[in-house]
Design a protein around this ligand. Structure first.
Ligand SMILES: [Zn+2]
Length: 257
C-alpha cells in the first residue's frame, strides 16, 4: 500500500517517534555517501562531523516542532456519527490480519471512555472521516496522523507501522519474543494516533496515551506497563490504556452542549 497523498491535507503532522537520537544515528550513517577521492582523512573527518552536527540540529528542531505540534484542538464534528474506515494491511511489512481488530478496539476505547459524546460508524474509504492505514517502516516511527478534509468536514488519516524491527532495537527484541507486547504496541499506537485524529495534542505526562517520547522516558517501560495488565489477547478489548488525564481531555473536547 502506498500512503495516499491527499493534496487537501492541511499539513503533515510529525509522527509519534522515538527520541531524536534515532534520527541522528541514521544521519551518521549517511556520512558514507560523502565524496572521498582527494579529500584528506582529516578533512573528511571534519566534513563528516560537520554534516553529523548539521543533521543533529535538524533532528533536534524537528523533535522540538513535534513536541509543540497541534496545540490548537482540532476536534471532529461529532453531532452525528463519526465515520471510519480501517484498511486491509495484507502485503504490508509486519502486518498480520488480526491487527485490524486492534485498530477497532482502539476506536472503541475512545468511544467507550467519551461516553455518549462520541459514536463511530463504519463507512467506505472515500466517505470516512477517519481512515486508518497500515504503513511501511519509517525511521523509528510508530505511527503518524495527517489531517484531511472530507466533503468540507474535518477528518484525519492515521498511519500505523506494524513492523517490529523498525521500532528500535531494545523494544523490537522484546516484542519478537512476546506477541502480547507486540500487539500492545500496535494497539497503543492506534490509540495515540486516533487521539490526534480526534483533536488531542501531546502531553508531558508519562501516564498519558498522548505522551510524547521526545520529552524522554523509557519506551520499554511505557509499553511494558500496559502489557503487564494483559493475561490474554482479548484483554486488549477491555483494558483501555487511557489515563485519567486522557479521559478528562477527550470529555472536555466532546462535551455535550
Ligand atoms: Zn503523537
Amino acid at each position: 500500500m502506498t500512503i495516499p497523498n491527499d493534496s487537501r491535507s492541511a499539513r503533515s503532522l510529525p509522527a509519534w517517534r522515538l527520541a531524536e537520537f534515532s534520527l541522528a544515528e541514521s544521519a551518521h550513517q549517511d556520512g558514507s555517501a560523502l565524496p572521498s577521492g582527494r579529500m584528506s582523512r582529516h578533512t573528511f573527518r571534519i566534513a563528516a562531523v560537520a554534516i553529523a552536527i548539521g543533521f543533529l540540529i535538524i533532528a533536534l528542531t524537528t523533535a522540538q516542532a513535534s513536541g509543540q505540534q497541534s496545540t490548537i484542538p482540532r476536534t471532529l464534528d461529532a453531532k452525528g456519527a463519526i465515520t471510519y474506515f480501517i484498511a486491509d494491511g495484507s502485503g504490508q511489512t509486519g502486518y498480520r490480519s488480526p491487527d485490524r481488530e486492534l485498530a477497532l478496539w482502539a476506536l472503541q476505547a475512545w468511544q467507550r471512555i467519551a461516553a455518549k459524546n462520541l459514536r463511530f460508524e463504519a463507512a467506505t474509504e472515500s466517505s470516512a472521516l477517519v481512515r486508518l492505514y497500515w504503513a511501511e517502516p519509517n525511521d523509528g516511527q510508530y505511527g503518524e496522523m495527517r489531517p484531511l478534509i472530507v466533503g468540507g468536514r474535518r477528518g484525519a488519516a492515521v498511519f500505523i507501522r506494524p513492523e517490529v524491527d523498525s521500532w528500535g532495537q531494545d523494544i523490537a527484541r522484546r516484542a519478537r519474543g512476546d506477541i502480547l507486547l507486540r500487539d500492545s504496541i500496535i494497539y497503543l499506537t492506534c490509540l495515540h494516533e486516533l487521539g490526534h485524529a480526534l483533536g488531542l495534542s501531546h502531553t508531558r505526562d508519562f501516564r498519558d496515551i498522548m505522551y510524547y517520547f521526545g520529552y524522554g522516558g523509557d519506551v520499554v517501560e511505557y509499553f511494558g506497563r500496559y502489557r503487564a495488565q494483559l493475561r490474554s489477547r482479548n484483554d486488549l478489548a477491555t483494558v483501555s490504556g487511557l489515563s485519567d488525564g486522557d479521559v478528562s481531555r477527550i470529555r472536555a473536547l466532546y462535551s455535550p452542549e
